[in-house]
Ligand binder design. Structure first.
Ligand SMILES: *[C@@H]1O[C@H](CO)[C@@H](O)[C@H](O)[C@H]1NC(C)=O
Ligand SMILES: *[C@@H]1O[C@H](CO)[C@@H](O)[C@H](O)[C@H]1NC(C)=O
Ligand SMILES: *[C@@H]1O[C@H](CO)[C@@H](O)[C@H](O)[C@H]1NC(C)=O
Ligand SMILES: *[C@@H]1O[C@H](CO)[C@@H](O)[C@H](O)[C@H]1NC(C)=O
Ligand SMILES: *[C@@H]1O[C@H](CO)[C@@H](O)[C@H](O)[C@H]1NC(C)=O
Ligand SMILES: *[C@@H]1O[C@H](CO)[C@@H](O)[C@H](O)[C@H]1NC(C)=O
Length: 625
């Protein structure tokens, strides 16, 4: 389901933010989607369940459950996609097929051909001699092929075929080395180092971006350079490894906070650099992509900050939730995984241009309702490099199906991270997982679908051909400095500085176009937990021409220690928006009460919060759904 055309029309006829829309959006284009091959499914994960009858070449079987499965991006020729699989059912050693077990890095064919052994896949990490992989890190997510083609990022490891293309027959297990990645964070270099997560490599194959949880329930983002260390003297592991050096914390020490208090007023600073979670780099590597502080209430978006200048751009603005993103190598397009085809978040975020004030306490809850447990509501959306604007909200990559069970646009098959462009920009690879119990079945109103994938697999890799496109050359890769000029150097021993927080108090916010909002922000903390409350009253408030807000909203969020991810939310809302749209956002008598955990994402609410935009009503998900 797309947003109603009335909403699109209304948005299309106005200026976008404070910038006038100057660049016309692209026309929709033809896209054909096919499924890519994976190893065959074994009936169980018992030893030997991957029989010769199932795989006559004895090169491994996978299970039905998604487990740690993850598909990544293409090899430089665009003919293969790198995938982290979990092999199951291997026979015991010394059977040669015993090496096809556990989490392994494979390439799958994206051009309909087979490798020389006859399989449409090839394992890169199976059977690598132990002396070539002396400290394999257990983290094996977000697989990525380096542009050099002879190496891959595999979680916290670099798999290296020593100058030989990973896809070629010359890249054998004996030739392959796997090195762990180490991030020295102690001043003397001792210990296992920091715990990076969600590593994303810069297109120069040398620099890395990542996120890492801070001790207090927050997260910070970093940028550094990979440096091979053949003989480390300190830190764990003491084996040949890649060190992350010249690390910057992606915080501008002299920059603005997303919301700042000055003389009794709150300012919402759209030029603030707010790298909440790092998502990768643009196609040329000139920008860092990230989930940033919202510009609109309950609307989570992806932003870009220029590596050299610190200039910030908002890439997505659709009210729905966005997270994974990948740019084309020519830097002209990006594809995001977004809940926009599902309408999942419209009950909270469908009214546009509410400033992100209650979000000071409610942002975790607002981003937690996007999932039902492991069910994401993502689908891949193709957007040009200038991002959502006016009535343009990109094009769903897999819209062309009949919606039937197992079809390319079956809404029960949900997108996962990360999508990827072929280097020539003519194809997109992405993967999906089928909704499974307990996100369906039982008490859940959604019956569990039966997988139509081979062997009843509940995950699949898809390839979208952008059939009207011609191959494009990659953009020149931006030369990035080791230390980002606007960021904070983060040498070993450094600690993450406390971020600016708006102090509790009563404030005025002036609309960018007109009106004011009166804001009261209060906080209570005890050994048992903390409660933050934001109350806002809008009087003809407008951040966007033609969108005038009146009414009030009050949100209290309680976090009880030690479960910092558990949010107990009390919400009352009575908002009216007039002008180019007629919209309301209202809670039922007695308010809307939600309890949700940011890690488990199980929706449990009493009362309702309903958004109506030009007569179209958006309601919250059912409890547990
Ligand atoms: C690739 O191998 C599969 C069997 O694994 C076979 O069915 C298919 O025909 C082969 N494709 C080509 C192009 O040879
Ligand atoms: C790999 O090297 C080992 C010795 O280092 C050798 O015994 C083995 O036959 C080689 N395997 C292949 C497939 O070349
Ligand atoms: C970058 O790290 C290297 C150590 O690997 C160090 O020699 C160099 O001085 C660092 N550069 C800067 C700009 O800090
Ligand atoms: C904000 O205003 C309310 C009443 O308008 C008052 O009770 C409260 O103490 C004020 N808060 C602060 C921090 O000044
Ligand atoms: C909002 O603007 C309208 C029209 O100018 C005016 O009649 C009304 O009194 C204003 N309301 C508030 C709360 O300022
Ligand atoms: C909803 O109401 C039930 C019954 O009164 C109560 O047990 C539960 O805690 C409430 N849930 C929320 C999120 O308020």
């Amino acid at each position: 389901m797309r947003p109603p055309s009335s909403l699109l029309l209304a948005l299309g006829s106005v200026a976008f933010g404070l910038e006038v829309v100057t660049r016309p959006p692209p026309e929709p284009e033809p896209i054909e989607v096919v499924e890519l091959p994976l190893p065959p499914v074994a009936p169980s994960d018992g030893v030997g369940a991957c029989t010769p009858a199932i795989n006559p070449r004895r090169t491994g079987c996978v299970g039905t459950d998604v487990g740690e499965f993850q598909a990544g991006d293409f090899t430089p020729d665009g003919n293969h996609v790198v995938v982290n699989v979990e092999f199951v059912g291997a026979p015991a050693a010394p059977d040669p097929a015993s090496i096809y077990t556990g989490e392994q890095l494979i390439l799958i064919k994206a051009d309909g051909t087979n490798f020389s052994n006859g399989d449409p896949w090839k394992c890169l990490s199976c059977g690598v001699p132990p002396e070539n992989a002396r400290s394999l890190d257990p983290q094996r997510d977000y697989p990525h092929v380096l542009r050099s083609g002879d190496r891959a990022l595999w979680g916290h490891n670099i798999l290296d075929c020593g100058g030989v293309d990973l896809a070629s027959d010359a890249c054998t297990p004996n030739r392959t080395h796997i090195y762990p990645i180490h991030w020295t964070t102690s001043a003397d270099g001792s210990g296992p180092g920091g715990v990076p997560r969600e590593m994303r490599l810069h297109p120069d194959d040398m620099h890395m971006g990542w996120s890492s949880f801070t001790g207090d329930g927050g997260q910070a983002a970093y940028f550094g350079r990979l440096e091979f260390n053949p003989n480390p003297a300190v830190g764990e592991p003491l084996t040949p490894r890649y060190d992350l050096v010249n690390v910057s914390l992606l915080v501008d020490p002299s920059g603005k906070a997303p919301i700042s208090a000055e003389d009794g007023e709150l300012r919402i600073n759209h030029d603030a650099i707010t790298v909440g979670e790092l998502r990768g780099f643009s196609g040329s590597g000139d920008e860092v992509l990230y989930i940033g502080s919202s510009w609109e209430s309950s609307n989570i978006d992806v932003f870009a900050v220029h590596v050299a200048t610190g200039a910030v751009r908002r890439l997505t603005s659709h009210p729905e939730y966005t997270d994974p993103i990948a740019f084309s190598h020519d830097n002209e397009w990006f594809v995001v995984m977004d809940t926009r085809p599902s309408g999942r978040q419209m009950w909270m975020a469908g009214m546009r241009w509410i400033p992100p004030l209650v979000d000071m306490v409610a942002v975790t809850a607002a981003s937690s309702t996007r999932n039902n447990r492991d069910r994401r509501f993502f689908q891949p959306i193709l957007v040009d490099r200038y991002g959502d604007r006016g009535a343009y909200f990109g094009q769903q990559v897999n819209a062309g199906g009949d919606g039937s069970s197992g079809s390319v646009n079956d809404p029960n098959w949900n997108g996962r991270a990360d999508p990827a462009f072929s280097p020539d920009g003519t194809r997109i690879a992405y993967w999906q997982a089928l909704v499974v119990s307990p996100a369906c079945g039982g008490d859940n109103p959604l019956p569990c679908p039966v997988s139509t994938a081979q062997g009843g697999r509940t995950y699949r890799v898809m390839l979208a051909h952008l059939t009207s496109r011609t191959p494009k050359r990659p953009a020149k890769v931006a030369a990035v400095p080791d230390l980002i000029p606007w960021a904070t150097p983060f040498p070993p021993g450094a600690t993450v500085p406390a971020l600016y927080k708006v102090p509790p108090g009563n404030y005025t916010v002036r609309g960018r176009v007109s009106g004011v909002a009166d804001v009261s922000y209060a906080e209570e903390s005890s050994a048992a937990g903390r409660t933050g409350t934001v109350a806002v009253a809008y009087a003809n408030y407008s951040d966007q021409c033609g969108y005038i807000l009146n009414g009030h909203e009050k949100v209290s969020v309680q976090v009880l220690f030690p479960n910092v991810w558990d949010n107990v939310v009390d919400w009352t809302s009575d908002l009216l928006q007039t002008g180019r749209v007629e919209a309301t956002k209202r809670t039922s008598a007695g308010g809307f009460h939600l309890e949700i955990n940011a890690e488990t994402n199980i929706f449990s609410a009493n009362g309702t919060l309903v958004t109506v935009v030009d007569g179209v009503e958006y309601v919250q998900p059912a409890n547990g759904a």
